[in-house]
Design a protein around this ligand. Sequence first.
Ligand code: NDP
Length: 433
Amino acid sequence: ESRNQGEPEFLQAVREVLDTLAPVLEEHPEYIETGILERLVEPERQILFRVSWVDDNGKVQVNRGYRVQFNAALGPYKGGLRFHPSVNLSVVKFLGFEQVFKNALTSQRIGGGKGGSDFDPAGKSDAEVMRFCQAYMTELVHHIGEHTDVPAGDIGVGAREIGYLFGQYRRLTHRYESGVLTGKGKGWGGAEVRTEATGYGAVFFAEEMLARAGEGVAGRRAVVSGSGNVATYVIEKVQQLGGRAITASDSSGYIVDEAGIDLELLKQVKETERARISEYAERRPGAHYVAGGNVWDVRGELAFPCATQNELDEASARELIKNGVRAVAEGANMPATPEAIELLQEAGVLFAPGKAANAGGVATSALEMSQNAARSRWDFDKSENRLHEIMRDVHELCYSASERYGKPGDYVLGANSAGFVTVAQAMLEQGVI
Ligand code: NDP
């Protein structure tokens, strides 16, 4: 802890994993003897850099850029870039650490990393976003490549930003290296279903958990937070499976639409116009907007936190339980606090941690990498079926690990132990490096 002072998110993520590993380490004392734990919590490499760019008024702006290459025992570093004013080293390290285990669970042979910047895309013009992305890539170019490190999107980084980043990479290297970034436009190397994958995958995982308990998504109310990439496609898949997603939110407030969210309108407001979620309620009869407030006060049998870390605390968990929630699946990374998770699990609520539930995004990114390498292109159905299969496998892996280590149905234990063993074994076999 003394080595990572001032990094509360990172310490929280590490603690959450270490707290569950006792039964694994009992079975594998060799992981302790070879210092796997000490090595695993230390990123292999951290890159911090200045990003200077010129805004529309001709003024020079300075941001900080990050790329943390956490662990490459299983394959090239892989993980998204986050552009949000709250980004700091602690946030990037927590995301990178989680990514290592998540990527292991996908069985796609990818290591873990994460990056980003404290740049705030909100309110910036397209030209400003482009100049920022070009400046950011001007440093990042030295650290990435299809065999070394392959970034993708996250909060504040979507198709537009990936496009600008790729353009600058191409300009700087004089190479068309498709596999250096994922989440690309479909016309130039992007994979079908990558946009939908994280959200769809989280619902597939929830469906698997519920099916084990003899239940399903159909006919149930789903409370969803966020209104970005992950939230949008959680809502779409819930509705395709016959459930009713009734909420969405942003950092200003949330909307409730008892008739079920109108996806076309949601995409128009958020993806096309980049407007606030309150705009949705203004245009949709029957829907209402709650400024501020807590989306977890809304009653639903399913809950999908899809905004950001620590957005679902103990009080929110209590409210969800009181309102009869059956399953919570984390679309975001670490959205539920440790206290909230404990309460939910004690109350018998099925709980899917982000490492497992939101792994569909990075898994589909790995499919994008293999399509790029093979110069091939899969259609939508094939890609979605493959994603569905992968999420079933991730669920199975987590469930059987939870059984093996003595708590069947504890998906936190299952995801942490299954992910850990895969990475630890690879590190052990590769020697002390
Ligand atoms: P987007 O930028 O598309 O959307 C983020 C959403 O979360 C917005 O509605 C945003 O509202 C809200 N939000 C962000 N920060 C905060 C905050 N501090 N407080 C309240 N609300 C906030 O991001 P994604 O949908 O891609 O990512 C959402 C989550 O899912 C993140 O935790 C990310 O790490 C995780 N994730 C994403 C993957 C992907 O493939 N995109 C893969 C795996 C995990 P506002 O506009 O007001 O900021």
